[in-house]
Design a protein around this ligand. Structure first.
Ligand code: THU
Length: 127
């Protein structure tokens, strides 16, 4: 799948976001080594702090499918505004490999960046 295709999959998923509090509808699409694509959307809660981001929802889907060899993750707003994974999502994604590539859209172009460049000093367990 190309970067633009993965981005489009994330953006299409964003239509199914549950975001009645922020109004920001986000979708994520994770491509794995076997070629599968796992989708996620943000799911908010009346108890705001319980909300889950689209990237971590997609991550949970990939893990639930037993599909742990993550290659790329695209993130998109439903309306096409630029968005980048928050710090918490970067850390959660880093669990599955620092070779992961993050796909976004900026100023009309698809941008692909390595997670290690977005989170250069990810937490790992000491020792
Ligand atoms: N959100 C995501 O889904 N992904 C991010 O990387 C940043 C923020 C969601 C969480 C919340 O539902 C809404 O966007 C506003 O913060």
């Amino acid at each position: 799948m190309t970067g633009p295709e993965l981005y489009r999959a994330a953006r299409a998923a964003a239509a199914r976001a549950y975001a009645p509090y922020s109004g920001l509808r986000v979708g994520a699409a994770i491509e794995t080594a076997g070629g599968a694509v796992h989708l996620g959307v943000n799911v908010e809660s009346a108890s705001y702090g319980l909300s889950i981001c689209a990237e971590r929802a997609a991550l949970a889907c990939a893990v639930t499918a037993g599909d742990l060899r993550l290659l790329r993750v695209a993130v998109a707003c439903e309306d096409g505004r630029p968005i980048t994974p928050c710090g918490a999502c970067r850390q959660s994604l880093a669990e599955f490999g620092r070779d992961l590539v993050v796909v976004e859209r900026r100023e009309g172009a698809i941008l692909e960046r390595r997670l290690v460049d977005l989170l250069p000093d990810a937490f790992t367990l000491p020792g």
